[in-house]
Design a protein around this ligand. Structure first.
Ligand SMILES: Nc1ncnc2c1ncn2[C@@H]1O[C@H](COP(=O)(O)OP(=O)(O)O)[C@@H](O)[C@H]1O
Ligand SMILES: [Mg+2]
Length: 247
């Protein structure tokens, strides 16, 4: 298992955001995470690379392991290098396309321009953006389209060679064609990475996720093969949510 979670509970002050979450996340798959607003999806995702720690009054109990190692006993910078994150709104740095992708590797000590170029090319190819930007690596990232900027953010994450990539509603601001490109990219990436995709669009989970987890009110209601979740869920609440009866 890439991640193993046992009895995870998370609080922000008096808000009990996650309750007794136990699950395993296998390597080289896409785990879809669905559920209505405020069901704990982002909190769950942010637990995996300890981003919740940046919020005030955060407290957690339980056990979260990455490849068997307790994440709370792992150096946090190393953890966040291994577990990268792509957010809902593409937020490229106010730098060129090249420098956006080279930023992480530079921070991690990659000094030579030759090595930086190799990494940038590899990461942009993995994010299926290379062909669209290879002739304008020096232009500001802000000049790219929204969909291209989101794939640039994926390339930025890929540049530091993560094991896991977390996505928090990565297509919520994108048109259908850009969304299809992101989904296609995710499907190709799972050969080499483990992906966790929080989506407010259940159809997106049904298109790309191998397994799907349904959260409600901070609890994991059901986690199963995506086909099973969408055709014969075990829990009535899953069926009602998928069927559009709430949320
Ligand atoms: N920093 C915070 N302080 C207080 N409550 C928070 C904080 N972050 C999240 N929450 C609460 O935790 C619950 C789960 O939120 P979240 O994980 O963002 O849900 P989702 O991503 O499914 O919409 C919500 O009730 C939300 O208000
Ligand atoms: Mg959220």
């Amino acid at each position: 298992m890439k991640f193993s979670l046992r009895d995870l509970n998370v609080w922000f002050g008096s808000v009990h955001a996650l309750t007794d979450v136990t699950m395993d996340i296998p390597a080289n798959e896409i785990l879809g995470v669905i559920g209505p607003a405020n069901s704990g999806k982002s909190t769950f995702l942010r637990t995996l690379n300890r981003l919740n720690e940046l919020k005030p009054n955060f407290r957690m109990t339980g056990d979260v392991r990455l490849s068997g190692a307790d994440i709370n006993k792992t150096d946090v910078d190393l953890l966040r290098k291994k577990v990268g994150m792509v957010f809902a709104l593409p937020l490229p740095l106010p730098l060129s396309v090249f420098d956006n992708v080279a930023y992480g590797p530079k921070m991690h000590g990659v000094r030579t321009k030759k090595r930086q170029k190799e990494i940038v090319e590899r990461a942009l190819k993995e994010a299926y953006l290379w062909d669209e930007v290879k002739d304008r690596l020096d232009t500001p990232a802000s000049k790219l389209s929204g969909g291209q900027q989101q794939r640039l953010c994926m390339a930025r994450t890929l540049a530091v060679e993560p094991e896991v990539i977390l996505f928090d509603e990565p297509c919520s601001g994108l048109d259908p064609i850009s969304t299809a490109k992101i989904e296609d990219t995710m499907l190709r990436l799972k050969a080499n990475y483990t992906l966790v995709l929080v989506t407010n669009n259940v159809h997106q989970a049904s298109r790309v996720a191998d397994k799907t987890a349904f959260f409600l009110s901070g609890r994991l209601i059901e986690l199963d093969d995506t086909d099973k979740i969408f055709t014969a869920p075990s829990d009535k609440r899953t069926e009602d949510y998928i069927g559009g009866r709430f949320g």
